[in-house]
Write a new protein. Structure first.
Length: 220
């Protein structure tokens, strides 16, 4: 079913204008890795209808979620003030690694209480990139994972920017998502859904795809 955009209350908006872009605000742990990938992915899959804004680097998970909550409250207040329903076409995501960070349960509780979405990778976001290229199911330390990705992705440099080679993996989203979903299901069966390795990063990417084709209503 096609997504139905809410009617605008703004008297200045004219009929026949281009549809507004769906906004995804991603508060990220990494300075380059996640922001660069997200923008490239939105350019490929957003069909010009999805805009990605990133806030990075934003610290440890609890700090990231706290910042995401602040941004969401500001955006909600803006939408209420302008009385323009198109200002409500957004989602705020907290994007972070499990790694060895403290206070992750508290961060998740805060996100849920404030309707902030989360995209979490264990041990780190590199597992998402690796799953485009090769399967990996065993527990792995982030340094070992980064080295393994560097072997599979020659342009990835773990000692420098840690940017993914988007051109190498841009056509393998479905493969990576299938591996991520299977791993989550296997962990769920053992009672530890976010065990190492795992990621829910693909859920954020699904939202870019869905809103790029107007197939789903925003959940905010």
């Amino acid at each position: 079913m096609a997504r139905r955009l809410p009617p605008s209350r703004s008297t200045s908006r004219k009929l026949g204008t281009k549809p507004p872009k769906f906004l995804i605000i991603a508060v990220c742990e990494g300075k380059n890795t996640e922001p660069d990938y997200l923008k490239s992915f939105a350019k490929q899959h957003g069909n010009g209808l999805v805009e990605v804004e990133t806030v990075a680097p934003a610290g440890a998970p609890f700090t990231i979620v706290k910042k995401a909550v602040e941004i969401k409250k500001q955006r909600d207040a803006q939408a209420k003030k302008t009385l323009d329903s198109f200002d409500g076409l957004f989602e705020v995501w907290a994007v972070f690694d499990v790694d060895e960070h403290p206070n992750i349960p508290q961060a998740l509780d805060m996100a849920k209480a404030n309707k902030v979405h989360t995209a979490i990778s264990n041990p780190c976001i590199e597992i998402w990139a690796l799953w485009h290229i090769t399967p990996h199911c065993a527990h792995i330390h982030r340094h070992d994972l980064q080295r393994k990705l560097a072997s599979a992705m020659p342009k990835y440099e773990p000692e420098r920017s840690k940017q993914f080679d988007f051109e190498q993996i841009k056509y393998d989203f479905a493969v990576a998502k299938t591996r991520a979903e299977k791993q989550l299901a296997d962990h769920e069966a053992t009672g530890n859904p976010m065990a190492n390795p795992s990621t829910t990063f693909y859920r954020l990417l699904d939202r870019i795809i869905e809103n790029g084709i107007f197939s789903n209503a925003p959940s905010r």
